[in-house]
Write a protein that binds this ligand. Structure first.
Ligand code: NAD
Length: 413
């Protein structure tokens, strides 16, 4: 199944519940604009290489469009389109005044030097600078991009349009970035996991958690949940699954990651080392947090999943048929468009600060993040109970209804 088809299926389930007319569904689903560009870069050895870049602007009814920029070899138009639509529903669920967009380049960033990555980013901005801007479409970081890429992007965009740091978020803190942006997605995942588990009656001791992916989202979620006293019994990255029945030492894992090449956990001692995919099928865990890539839980492997609760840190980790099977088995899934919305929420705070030439303290960022995420969680929880639907369908119903309402005020133009 393709990524956009999966997102579309979740949308249709919610639209059926809302008894939405076919023409409104089409208006909400169809991307506003899709752009594909050639990005040519000179390698350090003087050789020219070409890559394909994308920007999909899905919906603008609720405000300027917002969405990350991904550098990954698997980036294609279908994936970017799916991720752009997820951003539309996500910003609506947490009630940010934004629409949804996404962009990316089909490239393996680990094969590029720092200089090549900078030239790639600047060449991409040369191609798309006219369609992005603080009141149009605001990119941010995603897989394979970081604060340095955001700083190059801003600098190149300002060469055309003049000073305006709010054109992009996820910038370095000393370059108009927001304190707390880097931790925001993982912190939000951790905070909502705690909230959900409390609501479901789980205690901290004895509730074992496994996290797939130990990058930005996985590490910060692990840190938050470890501090909340939950045993993190397994984490994985591309090098393997690291498992310890009595709970891993999360601080040592974080230190190992910093001290080792490419930030991998390879060679981590004091635990069993299993293949990367072993994490999904672990027997004795209650909570699974997929926080790596999309499409990891499908019809083919869903029967291996033993967790009772799944919190989607990654975008689109569960495909629809697997999602239906999990629901039939009583597994509670907290969906991506709510669970990982902490990143875009703090990106919004960064944009607000930039526009006001004002800086918030880390405490204020965390407080406002907790407030926004908690309110969205309560709303989704209540809707799910009232309408007798899954948390995912409830989240989509809320997001779709808000976007539809804004579309109607705009005459869908
Ligand atoms: P990242 O590149 O920092 O980390 C990804 C991690 O996943 C790495 O540890 C990598 O080794 C691991 N990984 C990749 N494939 C794997 C596999 N098959 N098995 C096990 N581990 C694997 O990326 P990130 O920023 O943490 O993003 C992770 C996911 O969260 C993505 O789906 C992204 O779209 C989503 N997300 C990220 C943010 C954000 O602010 N960073 C916000 C919202 C959603």
């Amino acid at each position: 199944m393709k990524a956009f088809e999966a997102t579309r299926t979740f949308f249709e389930i919610a639209a059926d519940k809302l008894e939405m007319e076919p023409e409104i569904r089409e208006a909400l689903l169809m991307p506003n604009r899709e752009i594909q560009v050639q990005v040519t870069v000179e390698r350090d050895n003087g050789q020219l290489v070409n890559f394909v870049g994308f920007r999909v602007q899905h919906d603008h009814f609720r405000g300027p469009m917002k969405g990350g920029l991904r550098y990954h070899p698997k980036v294609d138009l279908d994936e970017v389109r799916a991720l752009a639509s997820l951003m539309t529903w996500k910003t609506a669920v947490v009630d940010l005044p934004y629409g949804g967009a996404k962009g990316g380049i089909g490239v393996d960033p680990s094969t590029l030097s720092e200089g090549e990555t900078e030239r790639l980013t600047r060449a991409f901005v040369d191609q798309i600078h006219e369609i992005v801007g603080p009141d149009k479409d605001i990119p941010g970081p995603d897989m394979g991009t970081d604060h340095r890429v955001m700083a190059w992007f801003r600098n190149q965009w300002e060469k055309y349009h003049g000073f305006n740091p709010s054109v992009i978020t996820g910038k370095p803190v000393e370059e108009y970035g927001a304190k707390g942006r880097e931790e925001a997605t993982g912190r939000g995942v951790g905070a909502l996991t705690c909230k959900l588990l409390k609501r479901l009656g789980y205690q901290t001791s004895g509730t074992k958690i496994a996290i797939q992916g130990f990058g930005n989202v996985g590490t910060h979620a692990a840190k938050f949940l470890d501090e909340a006293q939950f045993p993190i019994v397994a984490v994985s990255d591309v090098s393997g699954t690291y498992y310890r029945e009595s709970g891993l030492d999360v601080r040592s894992l974080l230190r190992h990651k910093i001290e080792h090449p490419r930030g991998l956990l390879e060679g981590f001692k004091d635990c069993d080392c299993l293949p990367p995919n072993a994490l999904l099928g672990l027997e004795d865990i209650q909570v699974l947090i997929p926080a790596a890539v999309g499409g990891v839980i499908t019809e083919a492997n869903v029967d291996q999943i033993k967790a009772e609760v799944i919190v989607e840190g990654a975008n689109g980790p569960i495909y629809p048929l697997a999602d239906a099977k999990l629901r039939d088995r009583g597994v509670v899934v907290l969906p991506d468009i709510l669970a990982n919305a902490g990143g875009v929420t703090v990106s919004y705070f960064e944009w607000v600060q930039n526009r006001q030439y004002y800086r918030w303290s880390l405490d204020r960022v965390r407080q406002e993040l907790d407030h926004t995420m908690s309110e969205a969680f309560e709303n989704v929880w209540q809707t799910a109970n009232e309408m007798d639907v899954s948390l995912r369908t409830a989240a989509y119903m809320i997001g779709i209804t808000r976007v539809r309402r804004a579309g109607e005020f705009a005459g869908f133009a």
